[in-house]
Write a protein that binds this ligand. Structure first.
Ligand code: ADP
Ligand code: MG
Length: 452
Protein backbone atom coordinates (compact mmCIF):
# COMPACT_ATOMS: atom_id res chain seq x y z
CA UNK A 1 0.00 0.00 0.00
CA UNK A 2 1.10 3.57 -0.76
CA UNK A 3 -0.43 6.79 0.56
CA UNK A 4 0.46 10.17 -0.83
CA UNK A 5 -0.61 13.64 0.33
CA UNK A 6 0.39 15.96 -2.53
CA UNK A 7 4.18 15.78 -2.46
CA UNK A 8 4.37 13.88 0.82
CA UNK A 9 4.71 10.11 0.52
CA UNK A 10 3.23 9.22 3.92
CA UNK A 11 3.26 5.45 3.34
CA UNK A 12 5.66 4.00 0.80
CA UNK A 13 5.01 0.38 -0.02
CA UNK A 14 3.75 -1.18 3.20
CA UNK A 15 2.74 -4.87 3.25
CA UNK A 16 1.40 -6.88 6.15
CA UNK A 17 -1.28 -9.43 6.99
CA UNK A 18 -3.78 -9.49 9.84
CA UNK A 19 -5.06 -13.06 10.28
CA UNK A 20 -8.73 -13.48 11.28
CA UNK A 21 -8.91 -13.07 15.06
CA UNK A 22 -5.20 -12.22 15.29
CA UNK A 23 -3.48 -9.15 16.71
CA UNK A 24 -0.90 -7.12 14.82
CA UNK A 25 0.93 -4.13 16.24
CA UNK A 26 2.22 -1.18 14.24
CA UNK A 27 4.88 0.85 16.04
CA UNK A 28 7.00 3.77 14.97
CA UNK A 29 7.77 7.35 15.85
CA UNK A 30 5.35 10.19 15.23
CA UNK A 31 4.99 10.93 11.51
CA UNK A 32 6.03 7.45 10.39
CA UNK A 33 2.67 6.83 8.69
CA UNK A 34 0.79 4.83 11.31
CA UNK A 35 -2.39 6.91 11.39
CA UNK A 36 -2.39 7.32 7.62
CA UNK A 37 -2.38 3.52 7.42
CA UNK A 38 -5.24 3.22 9.94
CA UNK A 39 -7.37 5.74 8.05
CA UNK A 40 -6.79 3.88 4.77
CA UNK A 41 -8.16 0.68 6.31
CA UNK A 42 -11.37 2.57 7.07
CA UNK A 43 -11.59 4.43 3.77
CA UNK A 44 -11.37 7.74 5.62
CA UNK A 45 -8.81 9.50 3.43
CA UNK A 46 -10.23 12.45 1.56
CA UNK A 47 -7.24 14.36 0.24
CA UNK A 48 -4.74 11.50 0.05
CA UNK A 49 -4.33 9.06 -2.80
CA UNK A 50 -4.19 5.44 -1.68
CA UNK A 51 -2.70 2.89 -4.09
CA UNK A 52 -1.72 -0.75 -3.93
CA UNK A 53 -4.28 -3.18 -2.52
CA UNK A 54 -6.02 -3.64 0.82
CA UNK A 55 -7.61 -7.04 0.64
CA UNK A 56 -10.39 -7.75 3.12
CA UNK A 57 -12.42 -10.96 2.87
CA UNK A 58 -11.58 -11.30 -0.81
CA UNK A 59 -12.39 -7.68 -1.77
CA UNK A 60 -9.86 -4.97 -2.57
CA UNK A 61 -10.98 -2.08 -0.36
CA UNK A 62 -9.19 0.51 -2.52
CA UNK A 63 -11.79 -0.09 -5.27
CA UNK A 64 -14.90 0.49 -3.12
CA UNK A 65 -17.42 3.24 -3.81
CA UNK A 66 -18.54 5.53 -0.95
CA UNK A 67 -21.74 3.56 -0.71
CA UNK A 68 -19.90 0.26 -0.39
CA UNK A 69 -17.57 1.76 2.22
CA UNK A 70 -20.53 2.74 4.37
CA UNK A 71 -21.47 -0.92 4.68
CA UNK A 72 -17.99 -1.88 5.93
CA UNK A 73 -16.75 1.11 7.93
CA UNK A 74 -17.91 0.99 11.54
CA UNK A 75 -19.65 -2.33 10.89
CA UNK A 76 -17.16 -4.93 9.65
CA UNK A 77 -14.05 -2.82 10.31
CA UNK A 78 -14.31 -0.55 13.34
CA UNK A 79 -12.00 2.11 14.73
CA UNK A 80 -11.02 3.16 18.25
CA UNK A 81 -9.42 6.59 18.24
CA UNK A 82 -6.83 8.13 20.55
CA UNK A 83 -8.92 10.93 22.00
CA UNK A 84 -12.41 9.77 22.98
CA UNK A 85 -13.60 13.31 23.64
CA UNK A 86 -13.22 14.23 19.99
CA UNK A 87 -14.71 10.94 18.78
CA UNK A 88 -17.85 11.25 20.94
CA UNK A 89 -20.44 13.99 20.51
CA UNK A 90 -20.63 16.06 23.70
CA UNK A 91 -24.34 16.76 23.08
CA UNK A 92 -25.72 13.23 22.99
CA UNK A 93 -26.07 10.52 25.60
CA UNK A 94 -23.46 7.75 25.38
CA UNK A 95 -26.09 5.02 24.96
CA UNK A 96 -27.87 6.92 22.18
CA UNK A 97 -24.62 7.42 20.28
CA UNK A 98 -23.83 3.72 20.40
CA UNK A 99 -27.41 2.72 19.55
CA UNK A 100 -27.40 5.07 16.57
CA UNK A 101 -24.35 3.35 15.04
CA UNK A 102 -26.15 0.01 15.40
CA UNK A 103 -29.40 1.31 13.94
CA UNK A 104 -27.73 2.89 10.91
CA UNK A 105 -25.89 -0.29 10.03
CA UNK A 106 -28.49 -2.93 10.87
CA UNK A 107 -31.81 -1.15 10.46
CA UNK A 108 -32.75 -2.36 13.94
CA UNK A 109 -35.62 -0.68 15.82
CA UNK A 110 -34.75 1.98 18.40
CA UNK A 111 -35.64 -0.44 21.14
CA UNK A 112 -33.41 -3.21 19.81
CA UNK A 113 -30.56 -0.76 19.23
CA UNK A 114 -30.91 0.53 22.75
CA UNK A 115 -30.78 -3.01 24.16
CA UNK A 116 -27.65 -3.76 22.12
CA UNK A 117 -25.98 -0.51 23.33
CA UNK A 118 -26.48 -1.52 26.96
CA UNK A 119 -25.20 -5.00 26.15
CA UNK A 120 -21.91 -3.71 24.69
CA UNK A 121 -21.48 -1.24 27.56
CA UNK A 122 -21.74 -4.25 29.87
CA UNK A 123 -19.26 -6.10 27.72
CA UNK A 124 -16.67 -3.33 28.26
CA UNK A 125 -17.38 -3.44 32.03
CA UNK A 126 -19.17 -0.14 32.53
CA UNK A 127 -20.86 -0.64 35.91
CA UNK A 128 -24.66 -0.12 35.94
CA UNK A 129 -24.56 -0.07 32.15
CA UNK A 130 -28.30 0.58 31.68
CA UNK A 131 -28.10 3.60 33.96
CA UNK A 132 -24.78 4.91 32.68
CA UNK A 133 -26.01 4.70 29.08
CA UNK A 134 -27.98 7.85 29.99
CA UNK A 135 -24.81 9.81 30.73
CA UNK A 136 -23.16 12.41 28.52
CA UNK A 137 -19.45 12.00 27.66
CA UNK A 138 -18.32 14.68 30.13
CA UNK A 139 -19.91 12.66 32.94
CA UNK A 140 -17.53 9.77 32.23
CA UNK A 141 -13.88 9.58 33.29
CA UNK A 142 -11.22 9.34 30.56
CA UNK A 143 -10.96 5.58 31.00
CA UNK A 144 -14.76 5.12 30.87
CA UNK A 145 -14.97 7.23 27.71
CA UNK A 146 -12.38 5.00 26.08
CA UNK A 147 -14.42 1.97 27.17
CA UNK A 148 -17.51 3.58 25.64
CA UNK A 149 -15.63 4.06 22.35
CA UNK A 150 -14.62 0.41 22.39
CA UNK A 151 -18.27 -0.49 23.04
CA UNK A 152 -19.22 1.61 20.03
CA UNK A 153 -16.59 -0.19 17.93
CA UNK A 154 -18.04 -3.55 19.08
CA UNK A 155 -21.69 -2.78 18.58
CA UNK A 156 -21.96 -4.17 15.01
CA UNK A 157 -19.80 -7.23 15.80
CA UNK A 158 -16.85 -6.20 13.62
CA UNK A 159 -14.32 -8.61 12.15
CA UNK A 160 -11.48 -6.11 12.60
CA UNK A 161 -10.86 -3.43 15.22
CA UNK A 162 -8.29 -0.76 14.38
CA UNK A 163 -7.09 1.01 17.56
CA UNK A 164 -4.85 4.02 16.84
CA UNK A 165 -2.94 5.05 19.99
CA UNK A 166 -5.97 4.10 22.11
CA UNK A 167 -4.23 4.72 25.43
CA UNK A 168 -1.99 7.72 24.80
CA UNK A 169 -4.29 10.12 26.65
CA UNK A 170 -4.67 7.89 29.74
CA UNK A 171 -2.97 7.31 33.10
CA UNK A 172 -0.81 4.20 33.29
CA UNK A 173 -3.24 2.08 35.35
CA UNK A 174 -6.13 3.01 33.06
CA UNK A 175 -3.92 2.31 30.05
CA UNK A 176 -3.33 -1.22 31.31
CA UNK A 177 -7.07 -1.74 31.89
CA UNK A 178 -7.87 -0.61 28.34
CA UNK A 179 -5.19 -2.86 26.82
CA UNK A 180 -6.51 -5.77 28.91
CA UNK A 181 -10.02 -4.98 27.69
CA UNK A 182 -8.97 -4.93 24.01
CA UNK A 183 -7.26 -8.27 24.56
CA UNK A 184 -10.35 -9.69 26.26
CA UNK A 185 -12.65 -8.37 23.53
CA UNK A 186 -10.49 -9.99 20.87
CA UNK A 187 -10.69 -13.35 22.62
CA UNK A 188 -14.42 -13.22 23.35
CA UNK A 189 -15.62 -11.78 20.01
CA UNK A 190 -13.00 -13.23 17.67
CA UNK A 191 -12.38 -9.83 16.07
CA UNK A 192 -8.88 -9.19 14.72
CA UNK A 193 -7.00 -6.29 16.30
CA UNK A 194 -4.65 -3.81 14.66
CA UNK A 195 -3.03 -1.99 17.57
CA UNK A 196 -1.10 1.15 16.72
CA UNK A 197 1.27 2.89 19.11
CA UNK A 198 4.50 4.87 19.25
CA UNK A 199 5.30 2.80 22.36
CA UNK A 200 6.68 -0.72 21.90
CA UNK A 201 5.73 -1.42 25.52
CA UNK A 202 2.06 -1.01 24.59
CA UNK A 203 2.07 -3.60 21.79
CA UNK A 204 4.46 -6.06 23.48
CA UNK A 205 1.86 -7.83 25.59
CA UNK A 206 -1.11 -7.49 23.25
CA UNK A 207 -0.02 -8.63 19.77
CA UNK A 208 1.13 -11.78 18.00
CA UNK A 209 3.19 -9.96 15.41
CA UNK A 210 4.49 -6.46 14.98
CA UNK A 211 5.40 -4.13 12.11
CA UNK A 212 8.00 -1.45 12.88
CA UNK A 213 7.46 1.59 10.66
CA UNK A 214 9.78 4.42 9.82
CA UNK A 215 9.26 7.09 7.15
CA UNK A 216 6.33 5.24 5.66
CA UNK A 217 8.06 1.87 5.33
CA UNK A 218 8.28 -1.28 7.40
CA UNK A 219 11.86 -1.54 8.62
CA UNK A 220 11.17 -4.78 10.46
CA UNK A 221 8.31 -7.19 11.01
CA UNK A 222 7.79 -10.58 12.54
CA UNK A 223 6.48 -12.40 15.58
CA UNK A 224 6.30 -9.94 18.50
CA UNK A 225 8.60 -11.99 20.71
CA UNK A 226 11.17 -12.40 17.97
CA UNK A 227 11.18 -8.68 17.05
CA UNK A 228 11.38 -7.57 20.67
CA UNK A 229 13.86 -10.13 21.91
CA UNK A 230 16.14 -10.40 18.86
CA UNK A 231 15.56 -7.25 16.80
CA UNK A 232 17.41 -7.16 13.48
CA UNK A 233 17.03 -3.51 12.62
CA UNK A 234 18.97 -0.70 14.34
CA UNK A 235 15.86 1.47 14.51
CA UNK A 236 13.89 -1.29 16.27
CA UNK A 237 16.70 -1.51 18.81
CA UNK A 238 16.40 2.27 19.34
CA UNK A 239 12.64 1.92 19.97
CA UNK A 240 13.24 -0.91 22.44
CA UNK A 241 15.85 1.19 24.23
CA UNK A 242 13.30 4.01 24.47
CA UNK A 243 10.98 1.88 26.61
CA UNK A 244 12.06 3.08 30.06
CA UNK A 245 14.24 0.69 32.01
CA UNK A 246 15.88 0.87 35.42
CA UNK A 247 19.06 2.82 36.13
CA UNK A 248 21.73 1.51 38.47
CA UNK A 249 21.23 3.08 41.92
CA UNK A 250 23.27 6.14 42.83
CA UNK A 251 24.58 6.94 46.31
CA UNK A 252 22.85 10.08 47.60
CA UNK A 253 23.33 11.93 50.86
CA UNK A 254 20.62 11.51 53.48
CA UNK A 255 20.82 15.18 54.43
CA UNK A 256 17.38 16.82 54.06
CA UNK A 257 17.28 19.91 51.84
CA UNK A 258 13.54 20.43 51.89
CA UNK A 259 11.26 19.12 54.60
CA UNK A 260 7.52 18.71 54.48
CA UNK A 261 6.01 18.54 57.90
CA UNK A 262 2.36 17.45 58.21
CA UNK A 263 1.44 19.41 55.10
CA UNK A 264 -2.24 19.63 54.17
CA UNK A 265 -4.15 21.53 51.54
CA UNK A 266 -7.90 21.39 51.91
CA UNK A 267 -9.94 23.30 49.38
CA UNK A 268 -13.45 24.39 50.26
CA UNK A 269 -16.05 24.02 47.53
CA UNK A 270 -19.70 25.00 47.39
CA UNK A 271 -22.24 23.31 49.73
CA UNK A 272 -19.63 22.74 52.43
CA UNK A 273 -17.82 20.17 50.35
CA UNK A 274 -14.08 19.99 51.02
CA UNK A 275 -11.48 18.50 48.68
CA UNK A 276 -8.47 17.16 50.57
CA UNK A 277 -5.95 17.74 47.75
CA UNK A 278 -3.02 17.07 50.08
CA UNK A 279 -3.81 15.36 53.33
CA UNK A 280 -0.96 15.15 55.80
CA UNK A 281 2.38 14.64 54.06
CA UNK A 282 5.60 14.41 56.09
CA UNK A 283 8.64 13.74 53.94
CA UNK A 284 12.19 14.92 53.15
CA UNK A 285 13.74 15.84 49.86
CA UNK A 286 17.44 15.01 50.23
CA UNK A 287 20.26 17.16 48.92
CA UNK A 288 21.39 16.01 45.45
CA UNK A 289 18.70 13.39 44.93
CA UNK A 290 16.07 13.00 42.28
CA UNK A 291 12.82 12.33 44.09
CA UNK A 292 9.96 10.98 42.02
CA UNK A 293 6.37 11.62 43.04
CA UNK A 294 3.94 9.25 41.41
CA UNK A 295 0.20 8.68 41.51
CA UNK A 296 -2.81 8.90 39.23
CA UNK A 297 -4.55 12.11 38.17
CA UNK A 298 -6.20 13.91 41.04
CA UNK A 299 -4.12 12.40 43.83
CA UNK A 300 -2.52 15.72 44.77
CA UNK A 301 0.87 15.49 43.06
CA UNK A 302 0.82 18.94 41.51
CA UNK A 303 -0.57 20.60 44.63
CA UNK A 304 2.21 19.01 46.67
CA UNK A 305 4.84 20.20 44.18
CA UNK A 306 3.40 23.71 44.34
CA UNK A 307 3.59 23.67 48.11
CA UNK A 308 7.25 22.62 47.83
CA UNK A 309 8.09 25.69 45.74
CA UNK A 310 6.00 28.09 47.80
CA UNK A 311 3.38 28.65 45.12
CA UNK A 312 0.58 27.21 47.23
CA UNK A 313 0.17 28.02 50.92
CA UNK A 314 -0.61 24.82 52.84
CA UNK A 315 -3.74 24.96 55.03
CA UNK A 316 -1.78 23.15 57.75
CA UNK A 317 1.82 22.03 58.28
CA UNK A 318 5.00 23.56 56.90
CA UNK A 319 7.36 23.30 53.93
CA UNK A 320 10.85 24.11 55.21
CA UNK A 321 13.80 24.81 52.94
CA UNK A 322 17.26 25.04 54.50
CA UNK A 323 15.74 25.76 57.87
CA UNK A 324 13.32 28.49 56.78
CA UNK A 325 9.86 28.54 55.22
CA UNK A 326 9.92 27.93 51.49
CA UNK A 327 9.98 31.17 49.50
CA UNK A 328 11.25 31.31 46.01
CA UNK A 329 14.41 29.31 46.37
CA UNK A 330 13.29 26.40 44.30
CA UNK A 331 12.52 26.35 40.61
CA UNK A 332 9.92 24.12 39.10
CA UNK A 333 9.51 22.75 35.62
CA UNK A 334 5.75 22.88 35.38
CA UNK A 335 3.57 20.09 34.14
CA UNK A 336 2.22 22.40 31.45
CA UNK A 337 5.27 23.57 29.52
CA UNK A 338 3.55 26.78 28.43
CA UNK A 339 3.04 28.00 31.97
CA UNK A 340 6.69 27.69 32.91
CA UNK A 341 8.11 29.30 29.82
CA UNK A 342 9.43 32.80 30.05
CA UNK A 343 6.96 34.81 27.94
CA UNK A 344 9.75 37.10 26.76
CA UNK A 345 11.63 34.27 25.13
CA UNK A 346 10.40 32.18 22.24
CA UNK A 347 9.66 28.50 22.77
CA UNK A 348 12.70 27.74 20.66
CA UNK A 349 15.00 29.79 22.88
CA UNK A 350 13.58 28.30 26.07
CA UNK A 351 13.62 24.65 25.17
CA UNK A 352 15.38 23.89 21.95
CA UNK A 353 18.49 26.04 22.41
CA UNK A 354 19.73 24.50 25.65
CA UNK A 355 19.03 21.06 24.20
CA UNK A 356 20.81 21.77 20.93
CA UNK A 357 23.73 23.28 22.83
CA UNK A 358 24.10 19.93 24.49
CA UNK A 359 24.07 18.17 21.15
CA UNK A 360 20.62 16.68 21.63
CA UNK A 361 19.03 15.95 18.23
CA UNK A 362 15.46 15.17 19.27
CA UNK A 363 14.22 17.83 21.74
CA UNK A 364 11.38 16.75 23.78
CA UNK A 365 12.00 13.07 23.49
CA UNK A 366 15.07 14.02 25.46
CA UNK A 367 13.63 16.02 28.34
CA UNK A 368 14.50 13.29 30.83
CA UNK A 369 18.06 13.08 29.57
CA UNK A 370 18.32 16.85 29.86
CA UNK A 371 17.01 16.89 33.43
CA UNK A 372 19.48 14.21 34.44
CA UNK A 373 22.28 16.07 32.68
CA UNK A 374 21.39 19.36 34.41
CA UNK A 375 21.12 17.64 37.76
CA UNK A 376 24.60 16.22 37.60
CA UNK A 377 26.39 19.21 35.99
CA UNK A 378 24.70 21.86 38.18
CA UNK A 379 24.52 19.72 41.31
CA UNK A 380 20.77 20.11 41.52
CA UNK A 381 18.17 18.40 43.64
CA UNK A 382 15.23 17.34 41.49
CA UNK A 383 11.63 16.54 42.30
CA UNK A 384 9.93 14.93 39.30
CA UNK A 385 6.16 14.52 39.31
CA UNK A 386 4.62 11.99 36.95
CA UNK A 387 1.80 9.49 36.60
CA UNK A 388 4.23 7.32 34.66
CA UNK A 389 6.09 4.87 36.88
CA UNK A 390 8.28 3.69 34.03
CA UNK A 391 9.59 7.22 33.51
CA UNK A 392 10.35 7.67 37.21
CA UNK A 393 12.13 4.35 37.40
CA UNK A 394 14.53 5.69 34.79
CA UNK A 395 15.32 8.94 36.57
CA UNK A 396 14.48 8.84 40.30
CA UNK A 397 16.71 7.79 43.22
CA UNK A 398 13.70 7.58 45.50
CA UNK A 399 9.98 7.56 44.80
CA UNK A 400 7.03 8.64 46.87
CA UNK A 401 3.71 7.06 45.91
CA UNK A 402 0.79 9.41 46.41
CA UNK A 403 -2.82 8.31 46.72
CA UNK A 404 -5.73 10.44 47.89
CA UNK A 405 -3.42 13.27 48.97
CA UNK A 406 -1.26 11.07 51.22
CA UNK A 407 2.07 9.32 50.73
CA UNK A 408 1.28 5.60 50.91
CA UNK A 409 4.84 4.48 50.28
CA UNK A 410 8.25 6.11 49.94
CA UNK A 411 11.65 4.50 49.46
CA UNK A 412 14.63 3.81 47.22
CA UNK A 413 13.44 3.35 43.66
CA UNK A 414 14.78 -0.18 43.20
CA UNK A 415 13.26 -1.21 46.53
CA UNK A 416 9.81 0.21 45.82
CA UNK A 417 9.74 -1.31 42.33
CA UNK A 418 10.98 -4.73 43.33
CA UNK A 419 9.30 -5.05 46.72
CA UNK A 420 6.27 -2.76 46.74
CA UNK A 421 4.49 -2.91 50.08
CA UNK A 422 1.29 -0.95 49.58
CA UNK A 423 -1.50 -2.50 47.43
CA UNK A 424 -1.84 0.75 45.50
CA UNK A 425 1.86 0.66 44.54
CA UNK A 426 1.45 -2.96 43.46
CA UNK A 427 -1.49 -1.98 41.29
CA UNK A 428 0.45 0.88 39.69
CA UNK A 429 3.44 -1.36 39.03
CA UNK A 430 1.42 -4.15 37.45
CA UNK A 431 0.08 -1.58 34.99
CA UNK A 432 3.42 -0.37 33.62
CA UNK A 433 3.91 -1.38 29.98
CA UNK A 434 7.06 -3.45 29.46
CA UNK A 435 8.87 -4.33 26.24
CA UNK A 436 9.37 -7.97 27.22
CA UNK A 437 6.34 -9.89 25.87
CA UNK A 438 6.68 -12.74 28.35
CA UNK A 439 6.79 -10.29 31.27
CA UNK A 440 3.88 -8.35 29.73
CA UNK A 441 1.76 -11.51 29.73
CA UNK A 442 2.79 -12.34 33.29
CA UNK A 443 1.68 -8.86 34.42
CA UNK A 444 -1.64 -9.20 32.58
CA UNK A 445 -2.28 -12.53 34.31
CA UNK A 446 -1.42 -10.84 37.61
CA UNK A 447 -3.91 -8.00 36.96
CA UNK A 448 -6.59 -10.54 35.99
CA UNK A 449 -6.03 -12.62 39.12
CA UNK A 450 -6.43 -9.48 41.24
CA UNK A 451 -9.77 -8.74 39.63
CA UNK A 452 -11.02 -12.30 40.07
N1 ADP B 1 -4.01 15.32 6.04
C1 ADP B 1 -2.69 15.34 5.77
N2 ADP B 1 -2.20 16.20 4.84
C2 ADP B 1 -0.88 16.22 4.53
N3 ADP B 1 0.05 15.42 5.08
C3 ADP B 1 -0.37 14.56 6.04
C4 ADP B 1 -1.74 14.47 6.43
N4 ADP B 1 -1.86 13.52 7.37
C5 ADP B 1 -0.61 13.02 7.57
N5 ADP B 1 0.28 13.64 6.76
C6 ADP B 1 1.72 13.35 6.67
O1 ADP B 1 1.89 11.97 6.48
C7 ADP B 1 2.99 11.48 7.25
C8 ADP B 1 2.53 10.37 8.19
O2 ADP B 1 1.66 10.90 9.18
P1 ADP B 1 0.85 10.01 10.21
O3 ADP B 1 0.28 8.85 9.50
O4 ADP B 1 -0.08 10.90 10.92
O5 ADP B 1 2.00 9.52 11.18
P2 ADP B 1 1.89 8.80 12.63
O6 ADP B 1 0.48 8.39 12.85
O7 ADP B 1 2.82 7.64 12.50
O8 ADP B 1 2.37 9.79 13.61
C9 ADP B 1 3.60 12.68 7.96
O9 ADP B 1 4.64 13.18 7.17
C10 ADP B 1 2.43 13.65 7.98
O10 ADP B 1 2.91 14.99 8.04
MG1 MG C 1 -0.78 8.87 14.60
Amino acid sequence: MRIRFGDTQAVDGLSFELPAGGAVGIVGESGSGKSATALALLGLHQTASVSGTIEFGGTDLTTLTDREWRRIRGARIAMVFQEPLTALSPFHRIGDQIAEVYRVHTGATRREARRRAVEVLQQVHIPDAALRAESYPHQFSGGMRQRALIAMALVCRPEVIVADEPTTALDVTVQAQILDLLDEVRTTTGAGLLLISHDLGVVAGSTDSVVVMRNGRAVEEGATEQVLVTPRDAYTRELIAAVPHPNPPRIVSAEPLLRLDGVRKHVRLARRRVVKAVDGVTMDVRRGETLGIVGESGTGKTTLARIMVGLVEPSAGRAVFEGADVRRSVQMVFQDPLSSLNPRRTVGESIADPLYLRGVRKPREQVLALLEDLRSTLDLTLVVVSHDLAVLRQIADRVAVLSGGAVVEVGDTADVYEHPRHPYTKELLAAVPVADPVEARRLRALRRSRLA
